[in-house]
Write a protein that binds this ligand. Structure first.
Ligand SMILES: *Cc1c(COP(=O)(O)O)cnc(C)c1O
Length: 477
């Protein structure tokens, strides 16, 4: 047969969509997946196979065959894939607590009801129950945050980038904002302080050098166009060695002399002094307010451990102006976020409660001994399972380096532990891929030719699942 004829024969072997739709397996599938989507998925599979035939080289044609059953199976797989949600749970075995790519901070299961109630029922979102009249969505967070930070007023927006934009647009638009050259942070995803400043309509006046900025640098830069003095917490890098920054109290003094507001982008705001729990000291929101910053902004979902949000706290007279800025409407925070944030913040009324019950804080503050014990349990789960299936692999408990992540505390190494696996029958990279693509989507690190799962960021109730997936991936079942 000529090449053309063979291809024509292959085309004729492709099942028709109607034929496939009559199969019992497809009929069954249509009980859970909408028929319309199944039909589209079958069409996609048949099309892909048709394209495959068209692109076959002469040398490949003879060895190629169409199996009706394969096309059926591909159609079922495709339908399931097309029906499945894109956003799904993964297991974080990286030891990076605030893993930006894996969803940053994690909410406590104890606040499920509060979130679900706000999401699924009517609420007093913008209704004042006492007065029986229109209220403000921002009021729900005000008392709690004032209590926790000592600030006069509060505004919450979509995220901290939005908060910085709103603060600058309100207080510095059309004028100048003075920032140290050592603090022109890029946060990631191309979010840079200078770009946000440009967007807000404020002119950035850079002062000092990368490593050193002095009081007189700020002082000399002040003109009649100056609108704010701004401090940016260099949360994702450190200037060490021959360096100097001007303290908040010095800047407070300068701001007072010139009747200017002092603002600070704190990045990852914390309410708890984490040095008590073995981490390096990070300035708390309370410290910033207390040392005289007029307006502080920070993220809800970094070390605070809440939902994505940008929290602005500070002097009432400035926050009042922000509430009237049209941008506030564009950056406004959703009711589900308000519910999650308020319920998370309530834990902070008792600091120990916060550290115990907010998963992000819990993971950040594990002692080495606690993680080691988790690693031991994980090890036992995995070894038992592999023994059950008579799978051989080199498995060990390992010390690891965990990280805070999320661009916070970059130099901090969290002394951590986990397990390492050296498979015998497949490569380490193949193991990594299998586990990542498995239905549990396990994400972990590969180094020194080992697959390493850090126990710090894995929940105890995921150990059994990991053991099962490892057994599958290593070929036992
Ligand atoms: C993370 C960070 C931001 C941005 O916060 P998002 O909540 O991610 O928008 C802004 N400034 C600093 C200093 C940061 O660390």
């Amino acid at each position: 047969m000529s090449k053309k004829n063979i291809k024509a024969a292959l085309f004729s072997e492709l099942p028709s969509i109607d034929e496939l739709l009559c199969d019992v397996k497809i009929e069954e599938l249509c009980e859970t997946i909408p028929r319309k989507l199944v039909v589209e998925s079958i069409r996609e599979v048949v099309d892909e196979n048709r394209k495959k035939i068209i692109s076959l080289e002469e040398s490949e044609v003879a060895g190629f065959s169409i199996s009706q059953n394969n096309i059926l199976m591909e159609s079922i797989e495709k339908s399931k894939k097309n029906y499945e949600l894109s956003l799904k749970k993964v297991i974080n075995g990286t030891g990076i607590v605030l893993h930006t790519n894996l969803g940053r901070s994690l909410l406590s299961p104890q606040i499920k009801n509060e979130i679900w109630d706000a999401a699924s029922r009517y609420s007093n979102l913008e209704y004042d129950i006492d007065k029986g009249e229109r209220g403000s969505r921002y009021s729900h967070l005000t008392d709690m945050i004032k209590r926790l930070t000592g600030a006069e007023d509060v505004l919450v927006v979509n995220n901290n980038a939005a908060a910085v934009l709103l603060v600058l647009s309100t207080l510095a638009k059309g004028g100048e904002a003075i920032v140290s050259r050592g603090e022109l942070v890029e946060v990631g995803g191309a979010f840079r302080i200078p770009s946000i400043m440009a967007l807000s309509g404020a002119d950035l006046i850079e002062v000092g050098a990368t490593n050193k900025t002095h009081y007189k640098d700020y002082e000399e830069a002040i003109t009649e166009n100056t609108k704010v003095l701004m401090k940016v917490h260099t949360s994702n890098y450190r200037v060490v060695g021959f360096s100097k920054e001007v303290t908040i109290s010095e800047l407070r003094d300068l701001a007072d002399k010139n009747d200017l507001p002092l603002i600070e982008d704190l990045g990852s705001g914390v309410f708890v002094d984490l040095s008590k729990y073995g981490l390096t000291y990070e300035p708390t929101v309370f410290d910033s307010i207390n040392s005289g910053v007029d307006v502080v902004s920070f993220s809800g979902d970094k070390m605070l451990g809440g939902p994505q949000a940008g929290i602005i706290v500070g002097k009432k007279k400035y926050i009042e102006r922000m509430k009237k800025n049209q941008l506030t409407r564009a950056l406004r925070v959703d009711k589900i976020t308000i519910a999650a944030l308020e319920a998370t913040l309530r834990f902070y009324l008792d600091e120990e409660n916060a550290v115990k019950n907010i998963p992000t804080l819990r993971m950040l503050t594990y002692t080495y001994e606690e993680v080691k014990e988790k690693a031991n349990n994980l090890y036992n789960n995995v070894v038992n399972k592999l023994n059950e299936y008579k799978i051989e692999a080199d498995i060990n408990i390992e010390d690891t380096d965990g990280q805070v992540g999320g661009g916070s505390m970059p130099t901090e190494i969290l002394k951590s532990a986990g397990i390492s696996i050296k498979p015998k029958n497949i490569s380490v990279n193949a193991l990594e891929e299998k586990l990542r693509l498995s239905s549990s989507h396990i994400i972990a690190r590969v180094y020194d030719d080992k697959y390493v799962l850090d126990a710090r960021t894995i929940f105890e109730d995921q150990f059994e699942q990991i053991a099962e997936e490892l057994a599958k991936a290593l070929g036992g079942r």
